[in-house]
Design a binder for this molecule. Sequence first.
Ligand code: ZN
Length: 310
Amino acid sequence: MGFNQTELNSIRAVLDAAVFAAQRHGAQKRKGAAGEPYVNHLLEVAGLVASALTEPDTNLVIAALLHDTVEDVGVAPQEIVDRFGEDVASLVAEVTDDKSLPKEERKRLQVVNAPHKSRRAQMIKVADKISNLRALLYSPPENWTYERRKQYFNWAKAVVDALPSPPPPLKAEFGRTWQIFQDGDYLGYLLSAESQQELLKRFPPKYSGVKADHVTFKFPAARGDAPPPAPGSARVIGYADAGEGVEAAVVEIDGTTRRPDGQTYHITISVDPARGKESAHANDLLRERGFQPVSALEIALEPKILRKGD
Ligand code: ZN
């Protein structure tokens, strides 16, 4: 298959922008534990934008590749004008935050300004948010709590919901990605009915939302994931409650309390829904407060693919 001259020029221009972005973002990595090169994010955003185009728009794909160059690596807007033209530069400007403002104010302004974004800038915005949520699902920064991730998801949704006319396929993909955090599948173990009774006898629930039903192995599940391996031994060895609406029992599975994703194996015993607490907040409790050892209680666990919210 051959390209005509116009197509060839477009491909060259897009690749020029990709090389420019890769060089300028240089050694920058995404914040996630996987430390992905930043250019992966730029290519993902440009790919999402291109996938949603209904007519050719080379400049928009180029702007998607360059969308973080001014904000993150200090490229001068004039350099974008000189290299890629006014149209690309104005698209990049439309999706660039004012770094002189405090972070919380910049985030608030993204929601406030969303209704005024051009149709093309909206495409970059949604694609950027999809890419960021995917990163937070599958490679979250190690120092981010569950609560912080949850707040980011909800802020991203507020921005996307305020865009007047994002392309339906991108909006739908954003919705699917957002939803995984709310009620996606995960890998874990169900507690047997008998073990649940013993656990609740030992630790009578302190809060009104009684859980005491599972141990998470990995959240969220990736496509094609199988249930975790059956444990050789499982026992409760610790307990945590900071009086803030979440209590949890720490579980040792085959001699370790450390989950493959770095969190701690646990059973959330109960939560206080009135304080906005849900099972996953036990991760923050254990990370920030640790736990007290208790005399061991053997439990029976069944490997399962579970669904958050069930
Ligand atoms: Zn970005």
